[in-house]
Design a protein around this ligand. Structure first.
Ligand code: PBG
Length: 325
């Protein structure tokens, strides 16, 4: 038998395959998550994330300039304060002299508007207990008192120069209070990228080292259960109703179904965050010679775009953009 319909015809040469590719990822749609740390004079490599660093305010500027040069769309900043600056509420998070706000200011000074300068708006890097919000007397994460702190933090980030803030703490109502605080403060044009469908994931493991987080226990009372798909869409729709400009699904690779659902249902841009564990797994397997590193990176990123992400946060943003894929 000789078939006359042959899908293989469109796979015959690299040029043919490139021509019919359904999904392309442009550097402009990538964001690079980066860490800026208090009290260091040289960048410190993160062991569980080879080639990723805790940066000084100087080295973060250099990296930001490189990202802009490579055409990467944005940078997402996380702060790592000194241990003795951490307290029960994470107050250094909204201090204009805190490391994250100084990092934002340094990056804005360096790149102006050449990158979308985004900041993570969450307290876990800044609290002594490592939770994303304040605790009740019996140790539960207390939603409503945390909201005011997020509002203060977001406002301080806008003042420091952030184009975009990014609440990642999964407190109910967080987008609404932040939108209100930004508007009242005169920052109507600062946008909100909401971590909407964020799951209590083991794949955040290496990030704990990256931000020197003190968490004992887990975040299962505020982040989502990995078993839940419909709830991911619910969270995204809620955030849009509260004023989110962009909604995010996180982690990315193990939640492509949720990502596809959200992308099919909403009328705002959708982001996906390829998290520290996704990065670490590929790097570790590649270092052992068990996987083709570049192919695995490219495949993972294109898969996230194929599932519907308009924006991809990835620690490979700079490398990927430079490689010209
Ligand atoms: C919370 C936050 C986390 C990550 C981004 N924001 C950690 C967590 O929720 O436990 C994880 C990012 C990654 O793993 O790359 N501020």
């Amino acid at each position: 038998m000789s078939p006359f319909i042959r899908p293989r015809r469109l796979r015959t040469t690299p040029a043919m395959r490139a021509m019919v590719a359904e999904t392309r990822v442009a550097p402009a749609q990538l964001m690079m998550p980066v860490f800026v740390r208090e009290g260091i004079s040289e960048p410190v490599e993160i062991k569980a994330m080879p080639s990723q660093y805790q940066h000084t305010t100087d080295s973060i500027k250099k990296l930001a300039a490189e990202l802009a040069e490579a055409g990467v769309g944005g940078i997402d900043l996380f702060g790592v304060p000194a241990d003795e600056q951490k307290d029960e509420t994470g107050s250094i998070a909204w201090d204009p002299e805190g490391i994250l706000n100084r990092g934002i200011a340094a990056v804005r000074e360096e790149v102006g508007d050449a990158l979308v300068v985004c900041a993570d708006t969450c307290l876990d890097e800044f609290t002594s207990h490592g939770h994303c919000g304040v605790l009740t007397e019996d140790g539960r994460v207390d939603n409503d008192p945390t909201l005011d702190l997020y509002a203060k933090m977001a406002l301080s980030q806008a003042r420091a120069g952030a184009h975009m803030v990014s609440p990642s703490g999964m407190m109910d109502g967080q987008v609404e209070v932040i939108r209100q605080a930004l508007d009242e403060g005169g920052y109507q044009d600062v946008s909100i990228m909401a971590y909407s469908a964020k799951y209590a994931s083991a794949f955040f493991g290496p990030f704990r080292e990256a931000v020197s987080c003190n968490l004992k226990g887990d975040r299962k009372t505020y982040q989502q259960d990995p078993a839940n798909r419909i709830e991911g869409l619910r969270e995204a729709l809620l955030d849009i109703s509260e004023g989110a400009d962009i909604v995010m699904v996180k982690p990315a690779s193990h939640y492509l179904d949720v990502l596809a659902d959200v992308a099919g249902a909403v009328d705002v841009p959708v982001a996906a965050y390829q998290v520290s564990g996704e990065y670490a797994m590929v790097e570790a397997a590649a270092a052992n010679g068990w996987i083709d590193r570049e192919r695995a990176i490219d495949e993972s990123i294109v898969s996230i775009a194929r599932a519907g992400a308009n924006i991809i946060l990835t620690y490979w943003a700079l490398e990927y953009a430079r490689r010209g894929k």
